[in-house]
Design a protein around this ligand. Structure first.
Ligand code: PXG
Length: 452
């Protein structure tokens, strides 16, 4: 190993605590150090060129290496590197971005509150939905319902709204008045239902939970249109309209966590449009800036925004960097690129269908028990026996093995348990999709061989 690489790994091991890692194990193994990106590819310090089929962490929608993003950031830093949005002030990029988000978002989600990340955005959501009911003399309508294995971030509110038991175990979560229902996961839970029937069955768990808690206690429901981190669970098309019907029936706010789905991931601008429902609140981040700079934006509809405005008094909430001018300028440039290059439309009508065709074809591999795909996000469920909808006994081992084999083949896929997750930059071309297919097929073959 070259001396320079080893030295960097030693420094990293000595001083850097990594998120979502066993840090003791990582320190022994040494981190992979990424140095450069261009389009759908990244290079590491050892000189390996990797096809990034995960877009960094579900976020680099416009691909790496876009010069104009840096130019816009540099220009804004020269003009005005920072000013706050607190004391009756704002900046031009923050104004233009809010207007742009109102333009591209569905329905009347026309009001923006800025955060720095998806987690912070969901902290904002939790506080605002409770405040919304409290100022209307319903302070006890404060319970938020999420889903087990949902992911809404890693802050106290984000991890509480999420339903990851491993996260709840660290730090005494969830905080009070957050409840969870079982997620829609047909592969594991669909039984003898058709997917359409199952979508309704899974959605009606929300109604059962509301009736158990009392509708007068429930402020909101929150869910990712497609559950990403847990394994790209794509619900049947019947699920979200039924969730929406239930929320309307009991007057419960519907919050879509669009942190992964937002800004084109499904071939629509937002996941809610893909599934045909209209949320009251949307959390967005990641694709808002394609990961070039940290930023999040929570969108509120007219009803919620007007109550918060007219009855809410002074909003006792905000972040130093809410609406940061450099981040807002970069987000505007990112959206300009998405629009001018018709990237979302191309995903919907051209590259998305092609990706779906090739990704579906991987379902013929003996290791693959289910193929999931919606636009530019998907998964392969690796199974011991193709004929049965059953997991490996030792969940996660085969997925981890396949991920490492893929890396050796120059391909980045993420594994959650034994689901191989796909979320490439939205600009992936047909020939890059062919390369993705070939490298994935080869990696599946080598995984099967290693198991035999
Ligand atoms: N909501 C959703 C749906 C997410 O996917 C967040 C909120 C939190 O966003 P921030 O910006 O605070 O990280 C996310 C983030 C994984 C993984 O293992 C996924 C995320 C973050 C870290 C790891 O797939 N998603």
């Amino acid at each position: 190993m070259p001396e320079a690489l080893h030295r960097l790994q030693q420094l990293d091991a000595a001083h850097h605590i990594h998120p979502f890692n066993d840090n003791a194990e990582l320190a022994k193994k040494g981190t992979r150090i990424l140095t450069r990106g261009e389009g759908c590819y990244v290079w590491d310090k050892e000189g390996n060129k990797l096809l990034d089929a995960f877009a960094g962490l579900w976020c680099v929608n416009i691909g790496y290496g876009r010069k104009s993003m840096g130019q816009v950031a540099a220009h804004q830093m020269d003009e005005l590197a920072y000013y706050n949005t607190f004391f009756q002030c704002t900046t031009e990029p923050a104004i233009h971005l809010a207007a742009k988000l109102a333009e591209i978002s569905p329905a009347d989600l026309n009001h923006v509150f800025y955060s720095n990340s998806g987690s912070e955005g969901n902290d904002t959501v939790l506080r605002m939905v409770r405040h919304f009911w409290a100022v209307q003399d319903q302070p006890n309508k404060n319970i938020v319902i999420g889903r087990y294995n949902g992911y809404h971030g890693s802050t106290v509110a984000g991890a509480s709204l999420g339903g990851m038991k491993g996260m709840h175990a660290q730090g005494g979560l969830p905080i009070p008045d957050i409840h969870h229902i079982e997620p829609p996961f047909f592969f594991a839970d669909g039984g003898d239902y058709s997917p359409e029937e199952y979508g309704l069955v899974a959605a009606r768990r929300l109604e059962e939970k509301i009736l158990e808690l009392g509708p007068e206690r429930v402020a909101a429901f929150i869910g990712e249109p497609i559950m990403g981190a847990i394994g790209v669970y794509i619900p049947p098309m019947t699920y979200w309209p039924e969730i929406e019907r239930i929320c309307r029936k009991y007057d419960i706010l519907l919050c879509a966590d669009e942190v992964i789905c937002g800004y084109g991931r499904t071939g629509e601008w937002f996941g809610a449009q893909y599934f045909g429902f209209t949320p009251d609140i949307m959390t967005t981040a990641k694709g808002l800036t394609s990961g070039y700079i940290p930023m999040g934006a929570v969108l509120f509809n007219e009803r919620v925004a007007s109550v918060l405005r007219q009855q809410g008094g002074e909003l006792a909430h905000g972040y130093t960097y809410s609406g940061h001018p450099v981040c807002a300028a970069v987000a505007l440039e990112n959206i300009r690129i998405l629009q001018d290059e018709k990237i979302v439309e191309t995903c919907k009508h051209d590259t998305g269908p092609y990706l779906a065709e090739r990704w579906q074809a991987l379902g013929e591999h003996p290791l693959v028990g289910e193929v999931r795909i919606a636009g530019m996000v998907g998964a392969l469920e690796l199974v011991p026996n193709k004929a049965e909808r059953k997991f490996f006994a030792d969940r996660g081992k085969v997925g981890g093995l396949c991920r490492n084999i893929a890396l050796n083949n120059g391909l980045i896929l993420r594994a959650t348990y034994d689901s191989m997750l796909l979320s490439p930059p939205l600009v992936i071309s047909r020939s890059e999709i062919d390369e993705l297919f070939e490298k994935t097929w080869k990696s599946l073959n080598e995984t099967a061989k290693a198991l035999a």
